[in-house]
Design a protein around this ligand. Structure first.
Ligand SMILES: [Zn+2]
Ligand SMILES: [Zn+2]
Length: 288
């Protein structure tokens, strides 16, 4: 008996589409997805002029990919102009244990991928949460790294495969350890780099910098755009996870704060717990 093959005219090929409102990538059938799951969530604004999705070729035609070594062995990638909310992606170089990508920027061109290859490629890839995935799917296709994500973030990982889902903690290597914080999103995760005394904090913390790149203000929130604070229990949970970790500097998906980040975090958490939690920025005292 011969198997009946599907009519080739009915086979629809999926493609990658980015939401122009927030920058989240989905795999979907042509011509475009019906909506964006990140924008439909209460944390994000709906697109003011309706859904608009683009493919990689449209982004390649209109933006440039930039990168810079923000700290020794830590490279930050970004787009000009930004895609969606404009997260920046990091590549943390570790010749002994393998390079780690954490967070993603909206689009990587071939020159950026070639540069990452020159750095030694990627052994591990992770991200704090779906708001700052950017085009991680491009890094997965180019380098086939181990993809390590907290399991509650899996519903947003349709654009790429996850090889290592974890619950509370995942040690990529002794110099790179993931911790689940939740709260900002259910699967929200931070990356601790103990040997460098750095924390990649995702959206658990956000900084304002002055013209010299010095952090002046810090905030924490359930939703930045919707201006929703954490609950007191959320703040205590962040405190319980983050305070025991040994770090000084903090890298958000936007701003590098090389020193004094933990001191600022402690001031913020104390202020949050002294009264009613708030979403506003808090002025950092004596960051030094
Ligand atoms: Zn969106
Ligand atoms: Zn976020």
């Amino acid at each position: 008996m011969t198997e009946k093959l599907p009519d080739p005219r009915l086979i629809r090929v999926h493609q990658h589409y980015v939401c122009e409102n927030c920058g989240f990538w989905q795999r979907y059938f042509a011509p475009a997805p019906p909506d964006c799951p990140v924008c439909l969530d209460y944390r994000h604004p709906l697109p003011p002029a309706g859904w608009q999705f683009s493919g990689p070729a449209a982004l390649a035609a209109r933006l440039r990919v930039r990168w810079a070594e923000v700290l020794p062995g830590i490279w930050q990638f970004w787009n000009e102009p930004a895609v969606g909310i404009g997260p920046r992606g990091y590549v943390i170089v570790d010749r002994a244990h393998g390079n780690v990508a954490f967070e993603g920027t909206g689009y990587y061109d071939q020159a950026a991928l070639d540069f990452i290859a020159e750095l030694g490629g990627l052994r591990y890839l992770s991200a704090s949460h779906c708001h700052v995935f950017g085009a991680l799917w491009q890094l997965v296709e180019a380098f086939r790294p181990e993809v390590v994500l907290q399991q509650d973030e899996l519903p947003f990982c349709q654009a790429f495969g996850v090889s290592w889902p974890f619950e509370d903690r995942a040690e990529l290597h002794p110099g790179a350890v993931l911790y689940h914080t939740g709260r900002h999103t259910p699967g929200h995760t931070v990356l601790h780099l103990p040997a460098r005394r750095l924390l990649c904090c995702g959206d658990a913390l956000k900084f304002q910098l002055d013209d010299h790149g010095q952090a002046t203000h810090i905030s924490t929130h359930r939703a930045y755009d919707a201006h929703i604070p954490l609950s007191a229990g959320d703040v205590r949970h962040y405190q319980a996870v983050l305070d025991p970790l040994d770090f000084d500097g903090i890298l958000t998906p936007w701003e590098p704060v090389p020193t004094g980040g933990k001191r600022a975090m402690r001031q913020l958490f104390a202020a949050q717990l002294a009264g009613r939690p708030f979403a506003e920025f808090f002025r950092i005292r004596d960051l030094g």
